[in-house]
Ligand binder design. Structure first.
Ligand SMILES: *Cc1c(COP(=O)(O)O)cnc(C)c1O
Length: 390
């Protein structure tokens, strides 16, 4: 299987992330089919949820995606040169005061989240002597970003805005999309429709993130905005197995040691061996984004995996390493060349799905993915090659 990426770093990093771009593109296709005739964007903020926007976004573009969302202008400026000229790139958080000219010159579109932001974008348009495209967000009930109903009315009543700001997308964001039965979903949809229907020029309407894309056709609008589902995590609990996993995380075995019964392991000697034990020290720790709480009882059974065998995490997770108990590996996995220094063990993968790891860490897959550190190597399986047998 051919891979690309930071290949030269593999031997020297403590762990590696393997990103299956084929699975990613398939997940995008699945959502696009589900949402059709609405278009499916790609949300690639936070460096494509930690996986590498410079790899992820072009892979989506090659598969036909033409609408991209990041959170910050800096992310957009980094990404813009890597996208096709006809792709649209939006900045979800809006612009910091004074960044408007930079954004306009780069051909990036802000999401206008307040009347004041709309006023500044209109002013930039007048300075440049041309209307400037943008998305406009309506707060339909989440109280995070977006114009209130009063602000929408003020925007529509001000001819200066409407001439200067070319509103291409009118969007909102759901607070409880992951809970399909939450009454707020329909309430937000109704509030949004009421306000969005007042815009002339037929801007694209956009409501749904990943989970929202599965709430039914009335939530699709013209453009859905999936993020986490592209990266393989089930948008809500009922949807496990629907999407293809995209991420594997593997830790390098830095040392394997035998310890007698009674020996303590790691900081605070939080684990004591009850029997003669084989302990493997892995070169991944909390500085790599592997949560410290996954060590010991708070880890709810978190483990590494080797050839399908479970290696429980024992003791504290350190900054740069953690210990796993390999005592129960069956004899064939204990052969002289098995589980040795230099081997890799699975931390996220078929035996340890991302959702399970997040659950064990008392968090959500988003936080696990975006926390994975810069010193882990990232390797990419390419759509055109990952199906080939070798
Ligand atoms: C992050 C984000 C998304 C994508 O959300 P997922 O739950 O990852 O699909 C969509 N829309 C907005 C406004 C966002 O902030």
């Amino acid at each position: 299987m051919r891979t690309s990426g930071a290949a030269g770093k593999l031997a020297t990093s403590g762990g590696r992330i393997v990103v299956d771009l084929d699975a990613l593109v398939e997940n995008h296709r699945l959502i696009a089919r589900q949402a059709a005739p609405a278009r499916a964007a790609g949300v690639v903020k936070a460096d494509a949820y930690g996986l590498g926007a410079a790899q992820v976004a072009p892979a989506l573009a090659a598969a036909g995606c033409r609408d991209f969302f990041v959170a910050l202008l800096q992310e957009a400026l980094d990404l813009k040169p890597l996208l096709p000229a006809d792709a649209d790139l939006y900045v979800l958080n809006g612009l910091a005061i004074g960044d408007e000219p930079l954004c306009a010159e780069a051909g990036v579109r802000p999401v206008l989240n307040s009347l004041e932001q709309a006023r500044r974008w209109a002013e930039t348009a007048r300075t440049l002597g041309r209307p400037l495209p943008a998305a406009l967000q309506i707060d339909s009930g989440m109280s995070r970003f977006g114009l209130s109903a009063d602000e929408v009315a003020a925007f529509l009543a001000a001819p200066g805005f409407r001439e200067a700001v070319d509103v291409r997308v009118v969007m909102t964001h759901l607070a409880c999309a992951g809970a399909p039965d939450a009454p707020s979903n329909r309430a937000q949809l109704a509030a949004f429709r009421d306000l969005a229907g007042r815009f002339e020029g037929r801007p694209a309407l956009s409501i749904a993130n990943s989970a929202g894309s599965f709430l039914g056709p009335e939530f699709h609008g013209d453009l859905v905005r999936p993020g986490i589902a592209l990266y393989g995590a089930a948008p809500s609990p009922g949807q496990a197995g629907l999407l293809r996993p995209v991420v594997r995380l593997e830790a390098r075995v830095a040392q394997v040691r035998h310890i007698p019964a009674g020996a303590g392991v790691g900081y605070d000697l939080a684990f004591t061996a009850e029997r003669p034990s084989r302990i493997a020290t892995l070169a991944v720790g909390y500085a790599d984004g592997w949560p410290r709480r996954l060590g010991g009882p708070s880890g709810k059974g978190a483990a590494a995996w080797f050839q399908g065998h479970r290696l429980p995490i024992v003791g504290r997770v350190s900054m740069d390493s953690m210990a796993v108990d390999a005592t129960d590996l069956p004899p064939d996995a204990l052969a002289p060349d098995a589980l040795a220094e230099g081997d890799y063990v699975e931390l996220i993968g078929p035996n340890a799905p991302l959702e399970t790891v997040a659950e064990q860490a008392d968090t959500i897959p988003y936080e696990i993915l975006t926390g994975l550190g810069a010193r882990l190597s990232r390797t990419y399986l390419r759509p055109e090659t990952s199906r080939s047998p070798s």
